[in-house]
Design a binder for this molecule. Structure first.
Ligand SMILES: *Cc1c(COP(=O)(O)O)cnc(C)c1O
Ligand SMILES: [Zn+2]
Length: 427
């Protein structure tokens, strides 16, 4: 189970040894994660602003720098989500050049995981797997199930038993086999490593992980292109396994190396929930290792206590002059509401983390108000409505009569705080 390709191959990040293209995530010699490396000179003439602009309005416009096996013609229009100027949110938190990258509306399953899964499954096919799967904190499960269905692959998906109901349903609806495991994500992931070997299945974030991770680069390519082929000053990005934040940087480096953007050192800021903050903790302590944690947070999509790319992410954040922060569950809920109220974007708990951390970075002066900053929103709020339970009342049902409506409004006015009631009288 191997395929040959002269444009890219797996290489060990530590010892540099090459492994060709095969389903393997870590170097057998030094246990370091493997990375896909490209022959950048070979794509120099192809990966140009003009060719990209002439490509489809989805991630496949960047196909020349994605590990897509020859003969696989990707046709799912994944990605190319909006990059919005967030002036209203900016006003609230003291930022004048703030943008939101909105993967809450990524196709087909409303999270950035659609990007990584589409690249991983292209490789699953090339390696001859007929069953694919993943260990998931929710969004990955949804995306593997949906894309496997379309590719005609069997899917077996393992999740922690306490996952949100919506994320379970959003996996089962595609016909995937879903197995709830009585444990946390780290238990699930360890089990998947054993299953992948035993059953010869393609697990997108286990034995296919190096290919999977490359899909995250498209967030970086899109941000640069949508800013008019410019790099921002800062990126604020949520972290679970620590892969996405690193791959956005890899994308920027490739764009610089190929001359698509002016060289610039972008600062990277990582965001986690305090209830599962092994990477932000390492950054704050100045460690180059991770102390695993037992997750306890409503941000379940980020709840990885022992993140595979955690050490590398912590090191990279410090190298760029960035920082990492973590926020409480109460702040996460406020973050969700703040983004919804100011920009009309309903994000899930991970987006609440990112929004709350972004606000804190400005408040603490880690980012100054006029720098170009992109806050990366990675998932959709409709999947984690449990987090907002008790925040809103549906209210009583009002009779369909104008008089009843008038009375209803008056009763609301009477119930509001004295300050507002007084303003009403003064009119
Ligand atoms: C998986 C996930 C992340 C984090 O991705 P990593 O690459 O594992 O750090 C962020 N946001 C959401 C919504 C996710 O599902
Ligand atoms: Zn090695």
């Amino acid at each position: 189970m191997e395929y040959s390709c002269n444009l890219y191959e797996l290489r060990c990040g530590e010892c540099g040894k090459s492994y060709g293209n095969r389903p393997l995530s870590a170097c057998p010699d030094c246990f370091a994660p493997l990375e896909v490396q490209y022959d950048l000179e070979a794509v120099r003439g192809v990966f140009t602003r003009e060719n990209i602009a002439a490509g489809p309005a989805n991630i496949w416009r960047y196909k020349a720098l994605l590990p897509i096996p020859e003969g696989f013609a990707p046709d799912l229009p994944v990605g190319f989500t909006p990059l919005l100027r967030a002036n209203n949110l900016g006003k609230r938190i003291g930022a004048t050049n703030l943008y939101v990258k909105n993967d809450a509306v990524c196709f087909p399953t409303l999270s950035f995981k659609d990007r990584v899964v589409s690249v991983a499954l292209a490789n699953a096919r090339a390696f001859g797997f007929t069953t694919v799967g993943c260990s998931s904190t929710g969004n990955l499960a949804n995306s593997v199930a949906a894309q496997a269905a379309r590719l005609g692959l069997d899917a077996c998906i393992l999740v922690p038993a306490d996952l949100e109901a919506a994320k379970i349903l959003n996996t089962q609806v595609y016909g995937a086999r879903l197995v709830r495991i009585d444990g946390n994500y780290d238990h699930v992931n360890r089990l998947c490593t054993q299953i992948a070997d035993e059953y010869n299945w393609g697990f997108v974030n286990v034995n296919l992980r190096p290919y999977y991770a490359e899909g995250s680069k498209t967030v970086g390519y899109e941000i640069a292109e949508q800013l008019g082929w410019k790099l921002p000053d800062n990126i604020v990005c949520p972290m679970a396994g620590g892969s996405l934040i690193r791959k956005i940087r890899k994308a920027f480096k490739e764009l610089i190396a190929l001359g698509l953007v002016e060289p610039k050192e972008v600062r990277f800021f990582g965001a986690q929930a305090t209830g599962c903050s092994p990477i932000s903790h390492a950054v704050k302590q100045g460690w180059d290792y991770i102390e695993p944690q037992r997750p306890n947070t409503i941000a379940r999509s980020l709840a990885i206590g022992n993140p595979a790319d955690g050490p590398a992410a912590a090191k990279m954040i410090r190298e760029t002059g960035g920082w990492a922060e973590d926020v409480s569950d109460v702040e996460i809920v406020s973050g969700i509401q703040e983004l919804a109220e100011t920009e009309g974007i309903f994000t899930e708990t991970a987006g609440g983390v990112t929004t709350a951390v972004t606000a804190r970075l400005y408040a603490h002066g880690r980012i100054s108000l006029d720098e170009i900053t992109v806050s990366v929103i990675t998932g959709n709020g409709l999947k984690t409505t449990d987090a907002l339970e008790g925040c809103f009342e549906p209210g009583i049902a009002v009779k369909p009569k104008l008089a009843a409506f008038d009375e209803y409004l008056r009763s609301l006015d009477a119930a509001t705080e004295p300050e507002l009631a007084y303003a009403g009288e003064a009119r």
